[in-house]
Design a protein around this ligand. Structure first.
Ligand code: FAD
Ligand code: NAP
Length: 308
């Protein structure tokens, strides 16, 4: 029986592992289906993690984290977890290879994944001008023009955030009405730096060796337009990676909100005793490395207190 099973080896899972093992827990396993590090390893630039002196790649930032955790006894199993369920007072971790592992406590830190829009050039220029994170990358376009694609709350809120940094924001949406809340829509309409490009789809993101140079847009009447901008922010929805919490009958092991985010308190506790969620998967996650790491530490400290 494990003291703690950690599902996911991104910043939240790794930090949970560090705090749990340094806190004296002996039998802690982190299940990560790929190499530890999480989604930030896809980023070519990160400069908002405290303490880093210059811009580093996500890979460079995360490279020392697993080794640090392993030094204190964290074990990593490179396997996918299929399901976490609870029987009496302990959890069952069902692995992709069919094994079933028991644990007293579980921290779920499986993150979230931004949806791709499926636009030509999106993959080619991902990380080279195409981004899913205004907080992460907005500053690189200070006093420059950027495009935002999407019409939901995220797209509009991030467009407002970018308008504080950039000289102009083209908000490109495929319809003429928004999915976002009316209050946010009013704020966007009142922001002079945002130009609404409605009833319009991006046909292609174009660029050169240095990265994105602009987008080709077509509206519903078939009129074409090219917008020159070095940054394209795509916010067309998120997949919350909550699959491991889905039970055989389709219900979730713990409470989630209408968007599938795990409901936790300030200690990262779910409504199920011994089950915690940390990082991008939880409600109101700021979706930042530093915040995910903080969540992981918070959850692990709760587990340590629970086991002593
Ligand atoms: P993740 O990092 O998503 O890690 C979850 C891990 O769980 C993954 O490694 C995944 O493989 C694993 N996993 C999922 N399901 C399973 C399963 N069933 N079994 C086993 N393993 C599983 N943040 C910043 O602070 N600054 C930035 O500049 C910044 N830039 C970014 C740039 C890009 C391109 C991206 C994609 C994100 C960026 N972020 C940035 C956001 C940051 O990466 C996330 O907020 C952070 O990684 C969330 O950490 P996490 O541990 O919650 O989840
Ligand atoms: P969302 O509400 O699903 O909106 C996605 C937007 O992207 C929609 O406008 C959609 O257009 C557009 N879109 C989808 N696929 C596209 C494609 N392939 N190409 C171009 N456009 C595409 O996603 P979200 O904005 O990330 O929000 C997710 C949930 O979180 C929502 O329920 C939202 O209310 C919530 N949220 C709330 C807050 C808040 O309360 N402050 C903040 C952020 C998010 P259509 O409209 O035409 O479908």
């Amino acid at each position: 029986m494990l003291d703690l099973a950690i599902i996911g080896g991104g910043p939240a899972g790794l930090t949970a592992g560090l705090y749990a093992t340094r806190g004296g827990l002996k039998n802690v396993v982190m299940y990560e289906m790929g190499l530890p590090g999480g989604q930030i390893t896809q980023s070519s630039e990160i400069e908002n993690y405290p303490g880093i002196k210059e811009v580093v790649t996500g890979m460079e930032l995360m490279e020392p984290w697993p080794e640090q955790c392993m030094r204190f006894g964290l074990k990593h199993e490179m396997t996918e977890v299929k399901r976490v369920s609870k029987h009496e007072d302990h959890f069952h971790i069902q692995l992709a290879n069919g094994d079933d592992v028991k644990a007293h406590n579980v921290i779920v830190a499986t993150g979230s994944t931004p949806k791709r829009a499926g636009i030509k050039g999106e993959d080619t220029y991902y990380g080279k001008g195409v981004s899913n994170c205004a907080t992460c990358d907005g500053f690189f376009y200070k006093d420059k023009e950027v495009c935002v694609i999407g019409g939901g709350d995220t797209a509009l809120e991030e467009a407002l955030y970018l308008a504080n940094i950039c000289s102009k924001v083209y908000l490109i949406h495929r319809r003429d009405s928004f999915r976002a809340s009316p209050y946010t829509v009013e704020k966007v309409k009142a922001q002079e730096k945002i130009e609404l490009v409605l009833d319009s789809s991006v046909e292609e993101i174009v660029g050169d060796q240095s990265g994105v140079t602009g987008v080709k847009v077509v509206n519903k009447s078939g009129e074409k337009r090219e917008i020159n901008a070095p940054g394209v922010f795509i916010f067309v929805g998120m997949h919350v990676n909550n699959g491991v919490l889905k039970q055989e009958d389709g219900s979730f092991l713990c409470k989630v909100n209408e968007w599938g985010e795990v409901i936790v308190d300030l200690s990262m506790r779910t409504n199920v005793e011994g089950l915690f969620a940390a990082g991008d998967i939880r409600i109101q996650a700021p979706k930042q490395v530093v915040c995910a790491a903080g969540d992981g530490a918070t959850a692990a400290l709760q587990v340590v207190a629970r086991m002593h």
